[in-house]
Write a protein that binds this ligand. Sequence first.
Ligand code: ADP
Length: 526
Amino acid sequence: MLSLPDLRVRQRDFLLQISRAITAQLDVDEVLRRVLQASAIMTNAQVGLVALSDESGVFVPRATVGLEAEHLPKIAQHLAGVVELLKTEPAREVLEREMQVMAQMINPDLRQALTLPLAFAGRALGLLIVFRAYASTITGDEIQVLQSFADQAAIAVNNAQLYAVVAQERRQLQAILDHSADGVFILDRDLVIRQFNEALVRMTGWSVAEAVGAPHDSIIQWDSGTVGSLREAIEAGYPFNSPVEPAHNTLYVEGDLRQKNGQTLSVGITYAPMLSADNNALAQIVANVRDITNFRQAQETQNTFISVVSHELKTPVAIIKGYAATLQRDDGDWDGEIVRETLKVIEDEADRLTGLIQDLLTASKIQAQRGVSLDLGDVWLPELAERVAARFRSQTTKHPLVLKFQNNYPHVMGDEAKLRQVLENLVSNAIKYSPNGGSIEIGGRYDAQWASVYIRDQGVGIAQADQERIFDRFYRVEGVLRKATPGTGLGLYLAKAIIDAHHGILDVESKLGEGSTFHLRLPRHP
Ligand code: ADP
């Protein structure tokens, strides 16, 4: 037995070693092993173990001394019973008996067990148990020594658990950053980028390595037309310069972001300030970057829609109103012929309005992905083309309409009314966009797979870049003809949707200034 002063000196030495192990951030198991060793030496114990409570509250041995591995499963099992017993605040003798049983399981020579709880801030973390080969009165000093070690162990365990929680939260945050569809970056107080996620790599073309450590303004560069700027806001005292609480004072900047390759992307960036602990200084800024290309396109389409619709609806309504007012004039003494002609104009314009409204409804139905519904039947395209040509011949003298269908042209399955609408639109376009006239050829060919029709004009033609876009909703090629020619930019969009619904193909071949040929192909055996 050590004398009390010796005991104190050794206790102090061990505590020092243990706290060094803790501050050196050694593995928690290593700290527990050292704690256990010190406890055993100080109590003359040959055997000992530290058991920690796992997430489900089960106590599992984590460090042992003088214990054969083969005893561990049995000990663990018995330990579970002891822990249950501890919950009921058992009499000291009961607990001692239980521990004695455990000692016997390990080695019949063991006579006494000392058990101490590992607890931190009132939370039970585990148990420290040492066994010795003789039984003697357990002194208050011994308990004190052991408790000081157990407390150190509890600190190490608590630290490790906190570290695990922090590490887990860090991983979660990193996963959110990595998998977020929005771009996210974090700036330090000097506006240097500290974090840059994968979505941003895709959006900007800058790699994480290039962006992290770079100043904000070298990566976030705007093309013209930006609303707001982080730099200007900071210079004006952001986020402390408004009645909004600084911590909640987000800043929104929207514009065309210049990508690494020089192209641009429409984005909106929301900057959220993070303040220092005393809330007096800007510590970091977390920025969220959203690709708003689709949103902008939708806005543009909506604007086009409004202008097209108002323009296209206004014209027939004005004509109808004008003619109706003329007919109603008291001083007008119209003969029957004039009245008939006037009413015919009113009827035609009303038909135009109906057609336009029908087109808009169909377009919005397609947009809502409800598709074009077909009323299928047997269609013979040469005859349909002839009827369409006949209708337009009465409307134009500058454009001779010529039909050229291959012999024995086959019948196809299709929606006659809708296919007629397609042909009418293509022929109407051929006339509208050939202001200087020229013949228009409607031809038909077929092979084993397809029955095709083409409409060829000698008009203004379509530039390569526009050829991909003329089938888009409301798209009309810029130029003099756009103003001079009525139209909504819906005709080809609807025509393509109708041909798509037939599992066919509609495309164009054209050269600017040299006329255009639209080809439509329908499968012969859909
Ligand atoms: P709209 O004729 O009502 O403007 P469309 O959808 O039918 O709408 O056509 C879209 C655009 O494609 C037209 O505005 C025009 O610029 C261009 N286009 C269509 N057909 C022709 C053609 N045959 N020749 C030249 N340009 C054409």
